[in-house]
Design a protein around this ligand. Structure first.
Ligand code: ADP
Ligand code: MG
Length: 552
């Protein structure tokens, strides 16, 4: 047997990074803009604590394509790097300057929004570039430097003549990646990953018309100006406090998130937690219409306002996959692999938090405006019922917001059902029997018959009703469900119901007499019953012994 060290030579590492680090080459742009954002947020933080004396101003990030030079440049006006810092942060693969910064300023930087984590993001540039240049000028009083590397372990570092603070990352795009020199492709990526990042991102310019002066002639043409084309909204709704937002703001953000959605959402749930993990976000209940594009418009996952993915399985409980919106958590790693994401402990906690939060919100929505909630029940029931079946904690709370509609348009909470129906609909074992229809139209005559007998019939028509019923029957005591067209009606024992008008004794006596005269046969007796039914207000019966004689 031989033993030895596997020899990883640095020469090999770039091709490895290029191939395996990220499955999606396109995320290089997300990484570089994240770094530019971090550099800007660091500047903001250092000015806020007085370590940098200049004014923070309004720094922005710029993305620019030069087709002739075949370059894509990402520029920022952040803290920049000194020559020594380039050697420290860039030349050391897997050394994260972001983590170092957070560690150094840990007392004050908790909410700084710094994105970086692993010290690998920068190298994703080599997935699309054959050569990368960094031209950077630190906020410190030191000369600017230029770093150039072609993806081999050899780099050059020299002084440069940049005078303004900040960093330009210049990618010399490789032959097999020229798609990233197309404006439309870059725009698409910026809108996908950077639409809500916290520093304004400029991509080209756009023409804007100036407002016409009041005394302008009717055919006057508005003057136009070229302005920065800022592609992102640096302060999306979920980063604000719920108290700052109106209903209209929530709706507007919904459309910002899903520009192709024209229906208004039904409810929104603003998530906001900082212990035991950080998470913000807004979830929406969409209106269930034929146009609902569940496949495309999914819940989006962000990390410090950087888009990560819309594959949220595992993070969002399954029953909430029909919802829309965003979840943002710095505790969700902007990670290399998705399977890692799903195995992550923080991620599991997030899922159960979301479940709890949605349940709490349903309780308050119901309590705040029951009428409105009832109106929307039809659109939200599938989500709620699915949650009741699949998440025990959600089920336990559902008594406070799950509704059980009847065929005649009433909506009961579980407690109300029990209270109202117990005296009327029990079987011989004392179980409350809940009659239900799954299709009001097809089962109409059965519903009618049950109604005529004074029973209420629930309308439970979602596709998962059999599971819901099973769940309720196994969880609740002394109840059972019976489909209205099954043979159950006759087994029900009803107590007298005083709500239905009855004849008094005198009236009964006189009615009985009248009928006996009409029948005029002593073999039969007439009974006036409290049947509460228009079908059979009285019965003509034969005594038991006479019936038997006839049968003999
Ligand atoms: P991470 O962002 O996870 O720390 P990266 O590989 O993306 O790792 O970047 C490495 C380090 O290089 C950063 O932490 C930062 O210190 C430095 N850096 C990268 N880009 C810039 C930039 N545009 N301005 C200033 N520093 C930068
Ligand atoms: Mg980074």
């Amino acid at each position: 047997m031989t033993q030895g060290n596997i020899n990883v030579s640095v020469e090999n590492i770039f091709p490895l990074i290029k191939k395996f680090l990220y499955s999606d080459h396109e995320i290089f742009l997300r990484e570089l803009i994240s770094n530019a954002t971090d550099a800007t947020l660091k500047l903001k933080h250092l000015t806020s604590i007085g370590e940098i004396k200049t004014d923070y101003g309004t720094p922005k990030i710029e993305v620019a394509i030069d087709k002739d030079a075949k370059t894509l440049t990402i520029s920022d006006q952040g803290i920049g790097m000194t020559g020594a810092e380039v050697e420290k942060y860039i030349n050391q693969i897997a050394f994260s300057g972001a983590e170092e910064f957070l560690e150094k300023y840990k007392d004050t930087s908790k909410d700084s929004g710094i994105i970086g984590h692993f010290g690998l993001g920068f190298y994703s540039a080599f997935m699309v570039a054959e050569k990368v240049e960094i031209v950077t000028k630190s906020y410190k009083d030191e000369p600017a430097v230029r770093w150039i590397c072609d993806g081999s372990p050899v780099y050059t570092l020299e002084e440069a003549d940049k005078t303004k603070r900040g960093t330009d990352i210049i990618l010399h795009i490789a032959e097999d990646s020229t798609e990233f020199l197309e404006e439309s492709r870059i725009r698409e990526l910026l809108l996908k990953y950077n639409k809500f990042m916290p520093v304004p991102i400029k991509f080209g310019t756009k023409t804007e018309s100036l407002p016409l002066p009041e005394d302008a002639a009717e055919d006057a043409k508005a003057e136009t100006v070229e302005v920065d084309n800022i592609i992102n909204n640096p302060t999306p709704a979920w980063t604000k406090a719920p108290s700052e937002l109106t209903d209209a703001d929530y709706k507007q953000f919904y459309h910002e998130l899903y520009p192709m959605q024209f229906e208004e959402p039904l409810f929104n749930i603003h998530l906001n937690v900082d212990y035991p993990f950080n998470l913000t976000g807004i979830l929406y209940f969409p209106k269930l219409t034929n146009g609902l594009n569940i496949e495309k418009d999914k819940i989006q996952l962000y990390q410090n306002q950087v888009y990560v993915t819309d594959e949220v399985k595992g993070i969002v409980p399954d029953f909430l996959m029909l919802l829309r919106g965003v979840i943002d958590s710095p505790d969700i790693p902007l990670n290399v692999s998705r399977s890692y994401l799903q195995a992550d402990g923080a991620v599991k906690k997030i899922s159960s938090y979301i479940t709890k939060k949605v349940a709490d919100k349903m309780v308050s929505l119901f309590n705040e405006n029951r009428e409105d909630y009832e109106k929307k029940w039809n659109d939200i029931k599938i989500v709620i019922e699915y949650g009741m079946i699949s998440e025990d904690k959600f089920f336990d709370k559902s008594d406070k917001f799950a509704l059980y509609p009847t065929t005649d348009g009433k909506y009961y909470l579980w407690s109300e059902l029990e209270e109202k129906l117990k005296p009327m609909q029990t079987d011989k074992d004392g179980n409350l029997v809940l009659l239900y229809a799954t299709n009001e139209h097809d089962q109409h005559s059965y519903v009618q018959a049950a109604n005529d007998k004074g029973y209420e019939v629930l309308l439970l028509d979602s596709p998962i009703v059999p599971h819901l019923i099973q769940k309720l029957e196994t969880s609740k005591e002394k109840i059972s469900f019976a489909r209205v067209d099954a043979d159950h009606l006759n087994n029900l024992i009803k107590k007298e119901d005083s709500a239905i008008s009855k004849l008094n004794e005198e009236e009964k006596e006189s009615l009985k007499k009248n009928i006996e005269e009409a029948v005029n046969d002593t073999k039969f007796s007439v009974q006036i019953e409290d049947l509460e039914s228009t079908e059979a207000p009285f019965m003509i019966t034969q005594p038991e012994f006479m019936r038997r004689m006839k049968d003999m």
